[in-house]
Write a protein of this length. Structure first.
Lengths: 354, 354
């Protein structure tokens, strides 16, 4: 049952099919209901997921698609019952805009694992307007206050946008697995997720080792805070780190040899995958049995944890390394994304949409 | 550097090559050094690993091989400095007879993960006599007291023997992952390991679900303590249990569809593999990312934990379901093992060796 509500028009960049470019369109946004926050979008990060959904790589895309779930903006209106936000506040919206709020996962702060299915920021059923949710490649968005985050005042707003997905995706597993001073931590892959992983693991006090197959990334890894950089194609270099890591965060979304990394874990060490290869990874069980190693995954984070991450980033002045683009360059940016030609996150300046 | 010591002869069943049957042989055992315990072996369980090593399935076997690491017997002699045991005590020896005792893993009670390599009960370098260690298919064995276990007096000695490997292999992960009342726990495979997993998980108070592809095992699973039995070939039956398990212990040593079980784990649930398929298992990363599931392994347990397990089994009167065989039937037993034709562990009555 849809709520009948008043709507207004918004500008957005949307795609009509898996093979169409993103282009200017007019979409509907609901007028704020009593618990809603209306946001003027200032910046929106460009996540690889945006491209996957726009191009139906994972199937299940419903068109038109308006991508974008790394949203930062100003509050321009609030519903009558909104308590946490007021007009003028700087806020963010991440990967989720709603969930059932009643299941164990929701009640325990894991809305991303909502047992009825979290309502993602785009390409998820929109219970207010019907059709699918539209994301942040737009001049505005209306979101229930429970799924809106506060952005610390000291952070650069454009560079803060990627925290809403890349930031929480790396923060959550690093925190959950106790990354801290005295721990040796690996980050596999130095892209949008990986570079945030380096910054956060370093801020948590860990000894950070970056694994990369691109030797030209070494200097940058060190600049971002890595203590060591290992060329993962060099078996000798890898062997020197055997059974020495407390934790490894693997951000690689392509099929790769996970056993080479599992072997680097100490007893009770954990490798968490946040990149999601479409093909299965081949796991030699012996590598798990030896040293009682764990292979696990992690998906963004809950709303409360996302706020905790933002507050931590505010305290430690952590943001993403970004390249700001006008929205008219989004299709070109997608092509560059496919070539990993970005350091390390594109962020759309939404003023260019006007 | 080998210690020069006096030796005595012992009877054993050994194999001279990957394709030879096990046959009667005379082997050397050292005379007890000051910290050693000399044991008359009464019973020895038959673990699938015995067969793998005897037949060089995993490569690396050095012949002759005397298998056997589920040893129960009586102390017949002790070295001058032995404190924990005296002549006449009922003792056990499991998978290890030594380790470095100096590395972090040894010092923290994880001798099985000794960083210099645990000395396994057979087919490991014997620092006393040179050559390789000889296992429990023998009338006697000499072991450092630190690697000797006490067998609770109330347990049937033959049925207690499999606790030394099958028991600790299942006890350790069930305990480590907090299996207890209120937890829904799956046991995949109902063989030597699986049937111990059922008994132990039930003793810990969990709700126990057995997964099997052999419907004729249903009645036996229930008799052993299972609350439910699921035919893992039935997709509908499996789907009913989606995202509902706290923990799953997978004892299957052949390649199988691990994703079907990962999907059954709740948020933060863990699947621990104790069967070790030679081929890698294909893991769909999405199944780990969703619900933050863990895929992990476990290898026997440390010495202190093995004693804890034996004491627990003594308190709860838990032993293995066994079929006692004379040692002359060991080759036949191996053939039956390959067909899973045993409920649920062969145990050799070592009196038949005389």
């Amino acid at each position: 049952m849809l709520l009948v509500e008043s709507m207004s028009n918004a500008k957005a960049y949307s795609t009509q099919s898996a093979t169409s470019p993103l282009a200017l369109a007019t979409i509907k946004r609901r007028e704020p209901t009593p618990h809603d926050v209306q946001i003027k979008i200032l910046f929106c990060g460009v996540c690889h997921t945006d491209l996957h959904i726009a191009r139906n790589d994972w199937k299940g895309s419903t068109y038109p698609v308006v991508p974008g779930h790394e949203i930062v903006g100003h509050v321009t209106g609030v519903g009558a019952h909104v308590k946490k936000f007021k007009v003028g506040d700087t806020v963010g919206v991440g990967c989720m805009v709603d969930s059932c709020r009643e299941c164990d996962n929701c009640k325990e702060g894991f809305e991303q694992f909502c047992e009825k299915g979290a309502i993602f920021t785009y390409n998820a059923p929109d219970k207010h307007l019907g059709g699918m949710t539209f994301g942040g490649y737009s001049d505005s968005v209306v979101v229930d206050e429970s799924y809106v985050l506060s952005i610390p005042k000291n952070l650069d707003l454009a560079a803060a946008a990627p925290l809403l997905c890349a930031g929480i995706t790396t923060y959550s597993p690093l925190r959950h697995h106790g990354v801290s001073a005295g721990k040796k931590v690996g980050i596999v892959g130095l892209g949008g997720l990986g570079h945030m992983g380096v910054k956060l693991a370093k801020a948590f006090g860990a000894h950070v080792v970056v694994f990369t197959t691109s030797s030209h990334k070494t200097a940058d890894a060190l600049r971002l805070g890595a203590d060591e950089v290992v060329n993962s194609k060099n078996a000798d270099e890898m062997a020197k780190h055997a059974s020495s890591f407390h934790f490894i965060l693997d951000t690689v979304a392509a099929k790769h040899d996970i056993n080479a990394y599992l072997q680097l874990l100490k007893r009770d060490g954990t490798l968490t995958q946040v990149g999601v290869p479409a093909e299965p990874l081949d796991v030699q069980v012996f590598n798990l049995i030896l040293n009682r190693r764990s292979f696990t995954g992690s998906l963004i984070g809950g709303i409360a944890e996302t706020q905790e991450m933002l507050d931590f980033c505010g305290q430690h002045n952590i943001t993403s390394d970004i390249e700001i683009i006008p929205i008219q360059k989004i299709n070109e940016a997608y092509e560059r994304l496919l070539k990993s030609d970005v350091k390390y996150r594109f962020v759309i300046d939404m003023a260019t949409l006007q």
